[in-house]
Design a protein around this ligand. Structure first.
Ligand SMILES: Nc1ncnc2c1ncn2[C@@H]1O[C@H](COP(=O)(O)OP(=O)(O)OP(=O)(O)O)[C@@H](O)[C@H]1O
Length: 331
């Protein structure tokens, strides 16, 4: 196992009282996996990752990271991991290549070797020609890839990436996913936080879902989606007044759940949605009710999250209510 954590807890003291950011997290990450840590803002993703990367101490709990005990050998952990923070780690005025070499020297890599490794990584991450550029002149995607070079320069076997694609345009995101897959192909294990469902879906072998400081689900993207009961179906009606009649027909279907009428549409979930549609449409037609549209969708990770937590990952309210941030006061 590359990471094994038991009962990780982190409480922050703030003026308004203690904030229990992480409340007893157990997790295991195997060698060579890409594991996604998914959850809404304020769920405890960064705090958990910073504990595993030795940047803050757990209030309680234990972990082994990259073969070293987190409490007894934090230096050993630090030597074996790369950590790419959300905010990036390069100074705007600095020259990209100098930042990389200086960073490598912190790990005891000799200067000439640091430059050689750095330039190799620049090629691998599509940054060739940018070694002498000031960091502030790089595009968002290039700067994120430079952050990743910094995290890789000492050849870590475990890489933590905190929301690596936040703020990037779709093309730069897809490009970065390719590079992240490339890191795994070179034998690295990757632990990545994100609140983008499509990112977790496209990139990760396994997903851990965290909410309010606790793990609420785990599995491959497919396994998680199978936990949601069936496909989503939405019927659009020509006349909203007929929604109750359509809801009644839908409720009589075997396996239909979460039947809800909203204005001129009726939504529900049912296993194998596509297969039940023909007879459903005939029943609706037989009652002289006109439909203007029908949609069937396979469960998404957002549905998974909704099923697990009763909230949508994209729920703006959820984002707003956890936007906090009274900073920790000195103990
Ligand atoms: N230094 C700190 N002092 C006080 N509270 C903190 C501190 N760091 C985090 N918290 C609180 O702990 C909770 C979890 O925060 P954390 O940053 O781990 O969440 P997150 O899931 O990474 O969110 P985001 O997606 O916004 O990065 C939040 O309520 C946050 O306000």
């Amino acid at each position: 196992m590359m990471i094994e954590a038991r009962g990780l807890v982190r409480t922050f003291k703030t003026r308004r009282g203690p904030v229990q950011a992480v409340q007893g997290v157990d997790l295991a990450v195997a060698d060579g996996e890409i594991v996604g840590f998914l959850g809404p803002n304020g769920a405890g993703k960064t705090t958990t990752m910073r504990m595993l990367a030795t940047l803050i101490q757990p209030t309680s709990g234990t972990a082994t990271v990259a073969g070293c005990d987190l409490a007894k050998d934090p230096v050993g952990v630090r030597r074996r991991i790369g950590y790419v923070p959300q905010s990036g780690s390069t100074l705007p005025e600095a020259i990209a290549g100098d930042e990389v070499v200086d960073h490598a020297r912190l790990y005891g890599v000799p200067k000439a070797e640091a430059a050689a490794r750095g330039q190799r990584l620049f090629e691998e991450l599509d940054l060739q020609g940018l070694w002498r550029r000031q960091c502030k002149t790089l595009s968002g995607g290039q700067r994120r890839r430079l952050d990743i070079v910094m995290g890789l320069i000492h050849d870590p076997k475990l890489i933590f990436l905190d929301e690596p694609t936040t703020g990037l345009d779709p093309q730069a995101r897809a490009n970065l996913w390719e590079h992240i897959r490339g890191l795994r192909a070179r034998g690295a294990t990757i632990f990545i936080t994100t609140h983008y469902l499509d990112e977790a879906d496209a990139l990760c072998d396994r997903i851990l879902v965290i909410d309010h400081g606790k793990i609420v689900g785990s599995g491959s993207p497919e396994e998680l989606k199978q936990q949601v009961s069936g496909d989503g179906v939405r019927l659009e009606l020509a006349d909203a007044a007929q929604a109750p009649a359509v809801s009644k027909i839908v409720r009589e279907l075997d396996g239909a759940v979460e039947v809800e009428a909203e204005g001129d549409s009726v939504g529900f979930r049912i296993p194998r949605g596509g297969a039940v549609l023909p007879s459903l449409l005939r029943s609706i037609d037989a009652q002289g009710i006109e439909l203007t549209g029908v949609e069937v969708h396979r469960p998404t990770l957002d549905d998974v999250f909704l099923t697990m937590t009763g909230r949508s990952l994209r729920d703006d309210d959820a984002t707003a209510s956890t936007e906090p941030a009274e900073k920790e006061v000195a103990a």
